[in-house]
Ligand binder design. Structure first.
Ligand SMILES: NC(=O)c1ccc[n+]([C@@H]2O[C@H](COP(=O)([O-])OP(=O)(O)OC[C@H]3O[C@@H](n4cnc5c(N)ncnc54)[C@H](O)[C@@H]3O)[C@@H](O)[C@H]2O)c1
Length: 443
């Protein structure tokens, strides 16, 4: 890592392309730090929402958006022409998987192709989308140089992985250390000049590949550890040991142990996706990560495991075929309206395959798309609905989850997240409660 940077001339006009879970909070932060920000998103619904002072992500309120718009330092548009005059262009577009689990860089390459003809000498372009090592140099650089401008001479390019954690209220965005890297030393200096004005700590690495890989290491680490604890929970289920108690005890060790917790599976746009970007790149070099492969297998096997456990525990020795299951929470993490790669979706599809009738309730998600392409509409959560279900399956524990209502009316609750810590004296449950990895049954 290098230190002792010469801070370049203050750069104060930033364009941010892709105003989603990453780009919107990032825009707000730049505005708050006194920058002029031009936001570009080809989804015109997002552009009109911002212009009307409406937020479409939970971490930001309508008044946050309205205040930033009223500052006069935030313009948004669906038209790339609006970004002319920006000193820096930051790209935060999606990097999902293709159906064959290989990287889908189409959003990124599309953005670069639209951007290239508009670039002007002296501009800095930064990629923040998560991606495999080599993307910035091998994919982005040639597309941007179609502008006729040479990277490191008339145009500057770098990579800075985005580490935001939507819904996390314990750390402010600007306090998350920001990793930066440039294609050349001048590129790196340009990134430092911009990001050091916004983030408390800037961490410079020597190549864009190192910065790209750091992000993939962070998310592979989470993927492997969460998959491990989910396998461990299955083991505890069998051994009649309470995994939650075991983790709590192990976590008292002051060094050498980081707690991870069981759940219905790994979800989201990052954790189950980024390790496969790494795996794909490794395969190009003739190597593969067996840890990632195994974690994927464990993760993929969870829906079948959970369906089996529910069937074993269904009151009255009922089978899943013909049973009515009500799922609470279908997002990939609490209090975030995002179902991308959510573990609840393969579980619901598995239950349907096994002949169960499935309803769901999620305060943030009005409907979901099933594997066969059909739409499943969410239902209201009422005492009557809970009573009618043979099993209430908790896949996600949103802060607003009405635990008491669920406990009071459900005949059988299967809790994958240890979200109902029930003291029978405080909450006499009428039915039965099984917690994933708990090894015991209440009721
Ligand atoms: N969501 C997270 O928690 C998170 C955290 C860290 C990193 N990341 C990474 O950041 C990147 C963005 O993720 P996100 O969650 O913000 O995605 P998102 O889908 O919420 O937002 C992306 C936005 O980009 C827009 N877009 C796509 N292609 C475009 C184009 N060519 N021109 C203009 N706009 C375009 C979309 O309309 C969308 O609004 C991904 O690479 C992701 O892996 C996400």
């Amino acid at each position: 890592m290098k230190e002792d940077h010469t801070v370049e001339v203050m750069q104060k006009k930033v364009a941010i392309i892709g105003l989603g879970f990453v780009g919107l909070p990032l825009s707000m932060m730049f505005v708050r730090k006194g920058f002029h920000v031009i936001g570009i998103d080809y989804d015109s619904r997002k552009i009109s929402a911002i212009q009307q002072g409406k937020s479409y992500i939970q971490d930001l309120s309508d008044s946050d958006i309205a205040e930033a718009v009223q500052s006069g330092r935030w313009q948004v548009s669906a038209d790339y022409a609006a970004l002319s005059g920006a000193d820096t262009v930051i790209i935060c577009v999606p990097t999902p998987l293709s159906p064959d689990n290989s990287p889908d860089l189409s959003y990124l390459t599309d953005t670069c192709s639209r951007l290239a003809p508009l670039l002007t000498p002296g501009q800095l372009v930064v990629i923040e989308s998560s991606t495999y090592p080599g993307t910035t140099r091998e994919v982005v650089l040639p597309l941007l140089e179609k502008s006729g401008l040479r990277i490191g001479q008339q145009l500057y390019l770098g990579y800075s992985p985005e580490r935001i954690d939507p819904g996390n209220k314990s750390i402010s965005f600007s306090d998350i250390p920001k990793i930066i890297s440039g294609i050349t030393a001048d590129c790196e200096r340009k990134l430092y000049a911009v990001y050091s004005q916004v983030f408390e700590q800037v961490v410079t690495v020597s190549t864009t590949e190192a910065a790209e890989t750091a992000k993939l290491l962070e998310n592979s680490y989470r993927f492997i550890n969460i998959s491990f604890i989910n396998e461990f929970a299955q083991l505890c289920d069998r051994l009649n040991v309470n995994v939650w108690e075991v983790i709590k005890a192990a976590a008292t060790k002051p060094y050498g142990f980081s707690a991870f917790y069981p759940g219905p599976g790994v979800g989201g746009h990052c954790i189950p996706v980024d390790p496969l970007y790494l795996q794909w790149k490794a395969a190009q070099a003739g190597i593969t990560s067996r840890f990632i492969e195994l974690s994927q297998q464990v993760n993929d096997s969870l829906p079948a495991y959970l369906a089996d456990r529910i069937e074993q525990e269904l009151p009255g020795r009922k089978r899943l075929a013909g049973a009515r299951i009500l799922v609470y929470g279908v997002t990939y993490k609490p209090d975030i309206a995002d179902v991308r790669e959510s573990a609840a979706l393969p579980i619901i599809n598995t239950l349907l395959h096994r002949g169960a009738a499935v309803d769901y309730h999620d305060p943030y998600i009005p409907h979901i798309k099933l594997e066969d392409g059909s739409k499943l509409q969410g239902i209201e959560l009422t005492g009557e609905r809970l009573k009618q279900a043979d099993c209430v399956l908790i896949c996600m524990n949103h802060e607003v989850m009405p635990g008491d209502l669920i406990i009071k009316h459900s005949r059988f609750i299967f809790d994958t997240r240890h979200s109902l810590s029930v003291n029978p004296a405080d909450h006499p449950i009428t039915g039965k409660l099984v917690t994933f990895g708990d090894g015991t049954t209440i009721g």
